[in-house]
Design a protein around this ligand. Structure first.
Ligand code: GDP
Ligand code: MN
Length: 401
């Protein structure tokens, strides 16, 4: 699950990780009020930042500096409600519905920092680079030596030697005027960030830029941007994090599917699929592609689905206007074929299905299931195998187009 930058920074702040002062705003008036409050707190300038679940906002025009309080309003008017296109949103862009107003803290140095769940090493690893602000994927391709990968032993957690390695790689100890103070800041920053990452079951945490701001004794290490993804399977133990989910940023079909505990992912093709078991779902998508079709979704109804759940799954598929034909491919093991047939018949009647429907059933209670479909009076094309079904549904889709 993803959250917004302002929510990530609130978590940073609560964990004792330094961030600039900032206030979220949902309207232009709130943005101006937020800037006034920040000014009363000593802010000289402001940053108006679009809040969407995608990076690259700066380049896309979603992050603007206001030198004075007067400049905040026109910038907020411009950014709020805009369709922000970045390299991460795709060409269709994303509607900006929230803003974050921050105290301007011009960075002297911009670095890159992230914490990732490193599955190869079975631990949390830190990625860092002295070259922040830019696209890390690009840097990884062009100059991989400029990125440090630092695995952290889960049993030991963050240690001072990690901070020393990191400080020296980032060149932070080179500040001879106050080397120990900067080192202490970095150590506190990392120690707290690492603890938060583990405690909150994060899967990715990215700070780009991690910046040095302020002069002399006021020099500070701060997170100027913040992105966090959480392990969705761990949300049950973090109701506070679950509350941060912004439904308007999620795919509505995937949200609906989550309510019914269905494994569903929207795709770009036009053949709707209903399958049980993740492996069968993957091979179904492959075989559709093999015969020249494109799946519209990945949908695994699971092993213990009820007829009601199957009905909801079917409704989800048919709600997608891209879908031109449907392929139901079920291997009845724990899931019984007659339960699937019952769900398919109920759903088809409820939604008044007009699309071609190909059904392949195999396994427990298959005869009963086939009989129910044959006697339902519905226009269903039965398939004798997965191969036969895939061919038939691709042909039906082509005829329909
Ligand atoms: P992103 O483009 O979506 O990654 O958004 P960022 O939060 O990283 O903002 C884009 C850029 O704004 C940063 O890389 C900074 O270089 C720049 N920037 C300049 N001044 C400031 C400032 O005072 N505060 C913040 N947050 N960013 C600033
Ligand atoms: Mn950034």
């Amino acid at each position: 699950m993803k959250i917004h930058e302002y929510q990530a920074k609130e978590l940073f702040r609560n964990a004792g990780v330094a961030v600039p002062n900032g206030i979220p705003a949902f309207t232009v008036d709130e943005a101006v009020e937020a800037a006034k409050k920040l000014q009363a707190g000593g802010a000289k300038g402001f940053v108006v930042k679009a809040q969407i679940h995608a990076g690259g906002r700066g380049k896309g025009g979603g992050v603007k500096i206001a030198k004075t309080l007067e400049e905040v309003k026109p910038l907020a008017e411009k950014i709020l409600g805009m369709n922000l296109v970045t390299h991460q949103t795709g060409p269709e862009g994303k509607l900006v519905q929230r803003l974050f107003i921050e105290e301007a803290t011009p960075p002297k140095t911009e670095m890159y920092l992230s914490l990732i769940l490193d599955r190869d090493r079975s631990c949390v690893s830190i990625l860092a680079s002295a070259e922040g602000g830019m696209d890390i994927e690009e840097l990884a391709e062009k100059s991989p030596e400029k990125i440090l990968t630092l695995p952290v032993d889960p049993g030991l957690g963050w240690q001072a030697f990690h901070s020393r390695k990191l400080a020296s790689f980032l060149g932070l100890t080179l500040d001879m005027k106050s080397p120990s103070r900067m080192f202490q800041q970095l150590h506190n920053f990392m120690d707290r960030l690492y603890a938060m990452f583990v405690e909150k079951d994060c899967s990715i945490l990215e700070i780009n830029p991690l910046a040095l701001v302020g002069e002399g004794a006021d020099e500070k290490l701060m997170a100027l941007d913040g992105k966090i993804n959480f392990d969705s399977n761990a949300l049950a133990r973090h109701p506070d994090i679950q509350k941060l989910q912004d439904p308007s940023e999620e795919d509505p079909a995937e949200l609906e599917a989550a309510k019914w505990d269905l494994n569903f992912i929207s795709l770009d093709g036009n053949i709707g699929c209903m399958v049980n078991g993740a492996g069968l779902a993957m091979s179904t998508m492959d075989i559709i592609q093999h015969y020249g079709g494109e799946p519209a979704n990945f949908l695994d109804v699971g092993g213990g689905a009820t007829a009601e759940k199957v009905t909801e799954a079917f409704k989800l598929i048919t709600k997608d206007p891209k879908v031109k034909a449907i392929f139901v491919n079920i291997f009845g093991g724990i899931m019984k074929c007659d339960t699937i047939a019952e769900g398919v018949i109920a759903a088809t009647k409820q939604v008044g299905l007009t699309l071609p429907l190909v059904v392949r059933l195999e396994g427990t209670n298959v005869e009963k299931g086939r009989e129910m479909l044959a006697n339902s009076g519905l226009k269903i094309t039965p398939a004798t195998s997965m191969d036969d079904g895939a061919k038939k549904v691709v042909a039906a889709m082509k005829e329909g187009n």
